[in-house]
Design a protein around this ligand. Structure first.
Ligand code: ZN
Length: 60
């Protein structure tokens, strides 16, 4: 995914900055603790599609 795209992306819930997950399969909003999916390289910036951050992370 184009990293420059990240600069123009914002969280739809809080309008805050977002960042790419380590596996590059998601876009994270740290403020909302939500992960937006990336499908076919296209970020899906919809709150309805987002998952809670850390869902598959046992670190909490
Ligand atoms: Zn947010």
């Amino acid at each position: 995914m184009d990293e420059k795209l990240l600069e123009i992306l914002a969280c739809p819930a809080c309008k805050g900055d977002v960042s790419l997950t380590e596996d590059r399969n998601g876009i994270v909003c740290e403020s909302c603790r939500l992960v937006y999916p990336v499908r076919d390289g296209i970020p899906v910036m919809l709150v309805d599609e987002a998952k809670p951050l850390g869902e598959d992370d046992d670190g909490r």
